[in-house]
Ligand binder design. Structure first.
Ligand SMILES: Cc1ncc(COP(=O)(O)O)c(C=O)c1O
Length: 380
């Protein structure tokens, strides 16, 4: 690595991003502290309307976090205990957790080994009379093959809930040439505003999207204690609100979302250029029909060297992430949903070979160069 100066590198750099919008954020927070509209203040509906416009979707309903968004979406579909929900096994736990929590059955399926998104290959084999929902996860920042997902769902009369926690801002192109924002194609879309997400707030937050007026009304009701009017509760719901201060911050950051995506795409393009063709590394493949907003830049490492490269990078000051190290069906909480010995080929392989490099909106050329050199050094 020669005499390269070691820059301080983080997986994400929220501080520098904040400093660029500090004046706007600080005054929005002060305004809410002064008017004390902490719960359901005007910033919440202002942000919901602005996000509806950005996404070109009829309804955006804020809620407390991305996990609640998925739970509330499922609660709105009038499912019965034991109904089955198809979900990729290579995802964050929240996607499957809410299914189990509602006494539904997660049916775990494999992902495409190159795009990391749900594979449609063997779906026919898992369909039963009880299958009611499919939850494609737009992993790492690009859309699943939504045209095929929707066709499959239509054929089998399934609801589609998009887990868009990692892909907000990405665009999907249909074969007729039309486009739609990720999260607005299925019956319901869900997202997370966790701080490190592409559109992240300064605490917890989430939202649910739908073009269906009836579902939107139900979702709003469920997120508010199942209340139809004050102190009248039509169904069992929950208390899941997007906090006013978080909504005000998100409304400011929404104006920069496309710029943030572009910054991430530029880092990814630099990584691609430098690492494509390096023996032992596969750069992330792009889905044909989706833009990629790079929540994560994820390589696969062959030859069983993934853990060695993590150690090497750590030693030279480069943090990395492994999303995700264990297939969901091997987690103690989920193993009883599948028969003994259940394995999915791509999921197994990816859990052993993926590594995510630092990527965020504030990365300097110097940091990128240092990371690239660090990775290449290992393979030389
Ligand atoms: C794919 C996916 N789904 C759901 C969630 C849950 O979001 P939250 O942490 O806001 O509950 C996350 C967050 O990490 C996620 O990455």
């Amino acid at each position: 690595m020669g005499d390269i100066k070691i820059p301080e590198i983080d997986m994400v750099n929220l501080k520098d991003q904040y400093l660029k919008i500090k004046n706007q954020v600080d005054s929005a927070i002060v305004e809410i502290c002064e008017n004390t509209q902490f719960i359901k203040g005007p910033a919440v509906s202002r942000f919901e309307r602005n996000l509806e416009q950005y996404l070109n979707v009829k309804h955006v309903i804020g809620c407390a976090n991305g996990t609640d968004a998925l739970q509330i979406a499922l609660m709105a579909l009038d499912l019965s205990p034991g109904d089955e929900v198809i979900v990729p096994a290579f995802t964050y736990v929240a996607t499957a957790e809410v299914i189990a929590l509602l006494h539904l059955k997660p049916i775990m399926v494999d992902v495409d080994p190159h795009t990391f998104n749900i594979s449609l290959k063997n779906l026919e084999q898992v369909i039963s009379q009880k299958t009611k929902v499919i939850v494609p996860v737009h992993l790492f920042g690009q859309c699943s093959d939504m045209e095929s997902v929707m066709a499959f769902a239509d054929n089998h009369k399934l609801f589609v809930i998009e887990d868009n926690a990692q892909a907000i801002g990405s665009d999907y192109s249909f074969s007729d040439g039309s486009t739609a924002k990720s999260g607005t194609i299925g019956h319901i879309g869900c997202t997370s505003f966790f701080p490190s997400k592409n559109l992240g707030c300064y605490g917890d937050g989430g939202a649910i999207f739908t073009n269906d007026d009836v579902l939107a009304q139900k979702i709003r009701m469920i997120a508010n204690h199942g209340q139809i009017k004050k102190y009248h509760h039509a169904v069992i719901g929950c208390n899941s609100r997007l906090d006013t201060i978080q909504a005000a911050i998100l409304d400011i950051k929404l104006k920069y979302l496309d710029k943030y995506s572009k910054a991430r795409q530029e880092v990814a393009a630099n990584y691609d250029k430098a690492l494509n063709g390096v023996d032992g590394i596969s750069i992330p493949e792009r889905c044909e029909k989706s833009t990629h907003v790079f929540h994560q830049y994820t390589l696969t490492i062959s030859g069983g060297k993934r853990n060695d490269i993590i150690t090497h990078l750590k030693d030279i000051g480069i943090p990395t992430g492994v999303y995700y190290p264990i297939p969901l069906y091997e987690q103690d909480a989920f193993c009883h949903y599948q028969p003994d010995g259940f394995k999915l080929t791509a999921t197994e392989e990816l859990c052993k070979s993926v590594i995510s490099l630092p990527i965020h909106t504030e990365m300097s050329k110097e940091e990128q160069e240092y990371i690239i050199e660090g990775v290449k050094f290992f393979f030389n």
